[in-house]
Design a protein around this ligand. Structure first.
Ligand SMILES: *Cc1c(COP(=O)(O)O)cnc(C)c1O
Length: 457
């Protein structure tokens, strides 16, 4: 008996898109069942990388089941509706107060919950620009050419801020072998038009910190000797939740006089899924009051300091969950476990004799940054590709920013989900990938030559 494909048969045994192309372009005329839609989307994302093997990202890929439940149960709550959801607003404030305490704020202060560090940095840098303009205006000085000083080791968001908000970026180039910046790099760029200096706590490139103590001392001296008060903003997107637990005695935060604001991503080592970041000021007065909007919305006056408006409450609640669930003790335990596994991975890579591990004895995020020693006949890009093709590991290879652009690095984040067992497997897989490449050679050879030739022009 011939089987005629029918709508009924499809509904009973399959789904509409099993043998049909999926809607991708035109606004669909007809819909499909909820189950079909769910399966369609799920099958599509199943073709992506597995988040648990994504060692490229700093962003959280796993949370406890209880947190998942809290998140799922609160997705329908709009975070910005402070009047309707006052407890959520209170919980946001609790998080800000706890972070201010963690970062050693001298007294009561203010902050903001953001979508991530990018929004927090935009807001923090805007506040620096506004405060600088206030200072200039009250001194009767021109306000037409603000600049911001930072190193080439920062995240792209800092350049983005400068372009979007019309501030001259003064970027200190990196050097071969020196992947963070210090006071000697900053000094020549600071003048009376400098709205602030941004320093990084845990760079995305190698996981180290700028010499924040040294930069602070320089700015304190500049204030005392030249009367120019330049605030220091610390970009602690990753490091803000690492240093307080791994290196509690190493000052980088409000213990330093010129540090006026700090951003941190809740969704990185704050251990929450994507969608939450924090900005914390040293004192209330470090927030430019003009940037706060008092609005009468739905019958109540509310003050907002955000670039976004509506967004979910779940991640804020999840952040609070983590803070009270773990406390200092729990975060310290988790950070030390990750650090310990990073140390083991670094040792294993070192023992292979093929790699140079970068700065593993310095204060660092829980990650391993490494590069191939000498010419092995293949490069880091080949290895990244081979590892991903053979084993599905996502371990990125990238070149550093100018003037260290000749240096290629690989980086493996060691997070909560990378157990000791996974570290052993990863190390073995890296060794195996190197053996394969040693035999078959690198595919990126011509690519590399092209770049080398190109840079000669
Ligand atoms: C990730 C990161 C950012 C951007 O943070 P998001 O939370 O992704 O917006 C900024 N700076 C540094 C140093 C980062 O690591």
């Amino acid at each position: 008996m011939a089987v005629e494909p029918s709508e009924e048969a499809a509904a009973l045994f399959g789904n509409r898109f099993l043998t049909e192309e999926v809607p991708t372009h035109d606004f669909p005329e007809a819909g499909m069942s909820a189950t079909d839609a769910m399966r369609l989307v799920a099958l599509d994302v199943a073709l992506e990388g597995l988040p648990i093997r994504n060692l490229a990202t700093f962003v959280t890929t796993w949370m406890e089941p209880e947190a998942n439940r809290l998140i799922a149960e609160n997705l329908h709550r709009n975070f910005i509706d402070h009047a309707e959801y006052p407890r959520t607003a209170e919980i946001e404030q609790r998080c800000i107060r706890m972070l201010a305490d963690l970062f050693h704020a001298p007294g009561e202060t203010v902050g903001a919950r953001t979508q991530g560090s990018s929004e927090a940095i935009m807001l923090g840098a805007l506040s620096m620009k506004w405060k600088w303009r206030e200072r200039r205006q009250s001194a009767g000085r021109p306000t037409s050419s603000p600049n911001l000083v930072f190193g080439g080791d920062v995240h792209v968001v800092w350049e983005k801020f400068c372009r979007y908000f019309d501030v001259e970026p003064r970027i200190v180039p990196l050097q071969k072998g020196k992947y963070t910046i210090g006071p000697e790099d900053v000094r020549p760029h600071v003048d009376e038009n400098t709205i602030g200096v941004a320093a990084v706590l845990g760079t995305t490139f190698t996981g180290h910190k700028d010499d924040i103590v040294g930069i602070n001392d320089l700015l304190v001296r500049t204030k005392r000797e030249q009367g120019i008060d330049v605030p220091l903003h610390v970009d602690g997107a990753s490091g803000g939740f690492v240093w307080p637990f791994l290196y509690p005695d190493s000052p980088w935060d409000f213990r330093l006089e010129q540090v006026r604001s700090i951003n941190v991503s809740g969704h990185k080592f704050g251990l929450v899924y994507p969608g939450v970041g924090w900005l914390v000021f040293r004192e209330k007065d470090d927030l430019a009051h003009d940037l706060v909007f008092e609005e009468n919305y739905l019958g109540k006056t509310d003050a907002t300091f955000t670039l976004n408006f509506s967004t979910g409450s779940s991640m804020v609640l999840a952040q609070y969950y983590n803070l009270i669930r773990y406390g200092r003790e729990g975060y310290t335990y988790i950070m030390r476990s990750m650090q310990e596994n990073a140390r083991v991975l670094a040792e294993k890579l070192d023992a292979m004799g093929l790699f140079e591990v970068i700065g593993e004895h310095d204060e660092q995020l829980p990650l391993v940054a490494f590069r191939l020693r000498g010419d092995q006949g293949y490069d880091e890009f080949d290895l990244a590709w081979q590892l991903s093709a053979e084993r599905g590991w996502m371990v990125p290879a990238y070149t550093l920013p100018p003037d260290a652009q000749d240096v290629t690095i690989m980086r493996a984040l060691v997070k909560q989900t990378l157990s000791r067992e996974s570290v052993d497997t990863l190390a073995a897989d890296i060794e195996e990938a190197c053996r394969t490449l040693a035999v078959k050679g690198g595919a990126h050879e011509s690519e590399r030559r092209k770049i080398k030739v190109g840079s000669g022009h």
